[in-house]
Design a protein around this ligand. Sequence first.
Ligand code: IFM
Length: 446
Amino acid sequence: MKKLSLPAHSPMQKKSFLYGVATASFQIEGGADSRLPCIWDTFCATPGKIADASNGLTACDHFNKWEEDINLIESIGVDAYRFSVSWPRVMTKDGNVNQDGVDFYIALLDRLNEKGIKPFVTLYHWDLPQYLEDQGGWLNRQTAYEFANYANLITQAFGNRVHSYATFNEPFCSAFLGYEIGVHAPGKASKEFGRKAAHHILLAHGLGMQVLQKNSPDTLNGIVLNFTPCYPVSQSDADLQATDLADQYTNQWYIKPLMHKAYPEIIDLLPAKQRPEIHEGDLEIIGQPMDYLGINFYTRLTYSAPTVEGEFFTEHEHLYPRTDIGWEIYPKALTDLLVRMNKLYNLPPIYITENGAAMADELIDGEVQDLDRLEYYDQHLNAVNNAIEAGVRVDGYFAWSLMDNFEWAEGYLKRFGLVYVDYDTQVRTLKQSGIAYKQMLAQRSE
Ligand code: IFM
């Protein structure tokens, strides 16, 4: 049977390297009748937005099955579980705590701690309460302060139960996909909106970090960014320059303000209307020190010089081989990314907070032989190891995802789990990739 294999001497074979599995509230919880509506409820209810016209009302029913799910997590043998808190579950419209919602997470946190599984809590994984979107959402600067209030109350409520906090998961996705091209909730589409939303999210992150430093100084506090490394289609000056601009626009836009308290140079090339309104002191707030940086990696993209007036680059279709969601499988980009980020910035310790693949799984006789996903994990774990060997400090790795779940605009059509979910029965089945992950974890040395 195919195994996950790392070089024998790899620090990733030792128990000091942290392994986990990751999920997010809207994607797995369901339990929608005991929380406020969020922007994804509204988006799902809008015809044509979700590939299978589904929604998150039930999802994996984790809201009811959380105890079984924690047992499952324990059975895989991971050190940590990364999940997100549903803001509309734990807060009321007037900005107070909803105790029932908080109690759900406290029970979850307590159970994880009892089992020795470290909770990595993300405060925002895209499910903005709809009432805040009704007031402008991330286009409204005030939302950043609402986030800080939520972070303040929730971290106090959780006390010392948490091992690590992330303020945000993938600001690029919330801002660009949600407000610039509109393929994610809330489905707004303008370049001006994308940049504005991004700035307010980064501001919210900075305000959130200040709250965490005060309320929870002993947890590992940071943010989770996604990176899609940019490669040129040729070595021509024009293609190289376009690729650099694409990188600034899609990747550096989110990390440079955190590390250097400045936006990348492309900001000066944007038409005035597309530049975010930056108040005095914003970048100081945004650039708070962090205990770690979470990096999510799935794929890369290729670029060439623009062919359309006013554009900075041409983005190309994904190359092959691809996963079931159409993303190129190119593990070397993960090594390249880590090595490059480590050169560009004085980074805190890195955790790979998401990595994984959607594959066209089939449950046959109670088994899922997802050798393609297993191969993906094998290649990407080795890509992380290569970066470590090149001198990058990486302290942990989380597989995305623990289980199949609501894959946003793709609905339930794309499966990313180590665990197969039958959505009719809610029965969970550990896939071959999950078995291999479990075996690899069990074989680690002290
Ligand atoms: O499912 C998502 C997750 O919510 C955020 N990162 C990428 C994953 C795969 O698309």
